[in-house]
Design a protein around this ligand. Structure first.
Ligand SMILES: Cc1cc2nc3c(=O)[nH]c(=O)nc-3n(C[C@H](O)[C@H](O)[C@H](O)COP(=O)(O)OP(=O)(O)OC[C@H]3O[C@@H](n4cnc5c(N)ncnc54)[C@H](O)[C@@H]3O)c2cc1C
Length: 313
């Protein structure tokens, strides 16, 4: 019998909705925490170790960057996501993927629309991101109208060009980045953890984080001990540079004398203003996100099939 995890088996083929029309579905998985232990101790047979020993070993592996045993576990997902999110997902080069082909298929005219809560100003500190400050409702409404107008025009053009029998590979070229696409995406657990570290982080775009959070919730079920170790040693851990370790040493010794470590002293030691800010942020303890899946949100395959039909041209 192949090693399985009964809780993970229950997730197979559940559609977890993401954003307005997207989803993540676990299609298949190969391996469990036990397989990682087996790979690390190739001479041991399946099922011969106690869970506590498995946990200890897995935590040791993650702490000491002995990552190859995590490559023995793989997860395969079916994902529906806007093209601009897909462009971020494909940067994880160690995953294998197959995307719906707009050369063969007529794409459903599904476009992502951000909610009012996400309609926020450019961040003043992070050039890549948005701040938490929402723009006014009036602008939101006007923008939605403009987006809808553009999307209607694009959709009409796409429809008319395909009706004129223009090749689909050309008819699609002006579809917007908000258009939903679908893919099968398979990744081993080592690289999946790397992806999740990058894309569950607050610096990643909110939309890809929504997908990463669901994927993380699925991994939590498939390989709970590895997931726990990833949270402790990767997701919620930080690295300290040499200068930061020097500063930490000073902080600890100063604390016993009631002395504080000033920014000026840190600058004298060679840290830039930005590094000082980052160092102080690293010292703040943050509770890790829970990542538990919301099973009440699950939709059926038929729900997404109907949605796709509704938006077909
Ligand atoms: C917040 C954020 C902002 C970003 N902004 C931008 C941006 O503005 N522009 C942009 O182009 N990208 C951007 N990226 C993408 C980023 O640069 C990485 O390409 C992406 O996160 C994938 O990381 P990776 O290469 O480590 O992962 P993977 O591609 O999954 O690779 C995993 C690991 O394999 C190794 N590896 C893979 N391929 C090679 C290779 N060819 N040579 C050597 N080692 C390799 C590396 O060790 C790598 O860490 C951003 C990513 C994040 C998270």
């Amino acid at each position: 019998m192949r090693p399985n995890n009964e809780e993970a088996d229950k997730l197979l083929d559940l559609y977890f909705p993401v954003l307005d029309y997207g989803f993540v579905r676990l299609c298949d998985y190969m391996g469990t925490d036990k397989c990682i232990e087996e790979a690390a101790r190739v001479s041991y047979q399946h099922g011969t170790r106690k869970v506590s020993k498995t946990r200890g070993l897995i935590r040791y592996l993650r702490r000491h960057l002995h990552t190859s045993p995590f490559e023995q576990v793989e997860l395969k997902f079916h994902i529906s996501l806007p093209i601009f999110v897909m462009r971020q997902l494909v940067r994880s080069r160690m995953a294998n993927l197959n995307e719906i082909s707009g050369r063969y298929s007529l794409l459903p005219m599904m476009f992502y629309t951000p909610t009012k809560e996400q309609f926020c100003k450019q961040s003043p500190s992070n050039n890549q991101g948005r701040s938490s400050e929402q723009l006014n409702e009036n602008l939101y409404k006007k923008t939605i109208e403009k987006w809808n107008k553009l999307r209607d025009e694009n959709q009409q053009l796409y429809k008319s060009l395909t009706e004129e029998e223009l090749a689909r590979e050309l008819a699609r070229i002006d579809l917007p980045l908000s258009t939903y696409t679908q893919l099968y995406w398979k990744c081993d657990l080592h690289n999946l953890f790397h992806f999740l570290k990058l894309r569950t982080d607050s610096h990643a775009q909110w939309e890809i984080r929504e997908f990463a959070n669901i994927i993380a919730g699925i991994v939590k079920v498939v390989a709970p001990l590895s997931f726990e170790a990833w949270i402790d040693y990767n997701q919620s851990s930080v690295n300290f540079s040499r200068l930061e370790r020097l500063a930490l040493n000073k902080l600890i010794s100063y604390a016993s004398n009631g002395k504080t470590l000033s920014d000026e002293e840190l600058e004298e030691d060679g840290l830039s203003k930005r590094e000082i800010q980052e160092f102080r942020d690293k010292l703040k303890y943050k509770e890790p996100p829970d990542f538990s899946l919301d099973l009440s949100s699950v939709k059926s395959a038929e729900y997404f099939e109907e949605l796709s039909k509704k938006f077909s041209i």
